[in-house]
Design a binder for this molecule. Structure first.
Ligand SMILES: O=C(O)[C@@H](CO)OP(=O)(O)O
Length: 248
């Protein structure tokens, strides 16, 4: 039996102000810092150890990983930053308030933009200063690889190769791995791992800063999964994420 641990970053400044974030590189709030440290404490208390860590190229996930590893006294761990673990690109919605957007376009439309499998939010214009073409962290990518918007299906298409090419071979080789990523890049991975349907994935919401353990069989098929921490608090945090896209 293998284990892999997923972790969404702690609360970010734009989680706090309820803005669509996507590829915008916002940092953690004080609460987010504490969530990341607490995740590290939970992992340490649970006796978890790792050989390898993966994260995105966005600081909210990177810092969450650093803080959790620091709590575990494991800052020596090799860390692989992979842009393909970035949050789903939120297109022209990036920076907008989720509640105000729902008041303007309706809760149903915002739910489609947030959670439908194959309807992307409106795209950024290529000339928009929020586009990532000139960001040095993406310098190795072709223009076609840098999104102007993404639906979850697009995110699945970039996340699944990380699993197939990197994570699955490393797990089979006996490496214990922790992945610090984002609500929707983790939803993409979990959809693939658990074979969740396009309809059912709409209802999956991932709380900030909470370790999610997957136990896998010898073929890397999930046997069971569970969050570490207080079950009621986790359920409340998941419901809060679901409600972020509703008009007040
Ligand atoms: O804004 C975002 O990038 C994501 C994650 O915070 O939000 P949502 O849960 O609305 O997809």
């Amino acid at each position: 039996m293998y284990k892999i641990v997923f972790m969404r970053h702690g609360e970010s400044t734009w989680n706090l102000s309820n803005r669509f974030t996507g590829w915008t590189d916002v940092d953690l709030t004080e609460k987010g810092i504490n969530e990341a440290k607490n995740a590290g404490k939970l992992l340490k208390e649970g006796g978890y150890t790792f050989d390898l860590a993966y994260t995105s190229v966005l600081k909210r996930a990177v810092r969450t990983l650093w803080l959790a590893l620091d709590e575990m006294d494991m800052m020596y761990l090799p860390i692989k930053n992979d842009w393909r673990l970035n949050e789903r690109h939120y297109g022209a919605l990036q920076g907008l308030d989720k509640g105000e957007t729902a008041a303007k376009y309706g809760d149903e439309q915002v739910l489609v933009w947030r959670r439908s499998y194959d309807t992307p939010p409106p795209a950024l214009d290529a000339s928009d200063e929020r586009a990532s073409f000139n960001d040095p962290r993406y310098a190795g990518l072709s223009k076609e690889q840098i999104p102007l918007t993404e639906c979850l299906k697009d995110t699945v298409a970039r996340v699944v190769p990380v699993w197939d090419e990197e994570l699955a071979p490393a797990i089979r080789a006996g490496k214990k791995i922790i992945i610090s990523a984002h609500g929707n890049s983790l939803r993409a991975l979990i959809k693939m791992l658990d074979g969740i349907s396009d309809d059912d994935i709409v209802g999956l919401n991932i709380p900030n800063g909470t370790p999610l353990v997957y136990e896998l069989d010898e073929n890397l098929k999930p046997l069971r999964h569970y969050y570490l921490g207080d079950a009621d608090a986790i359920a409340a945090a998941q419901a809060a994420v679901a409600n972020q896209g509703k008009a007040k």
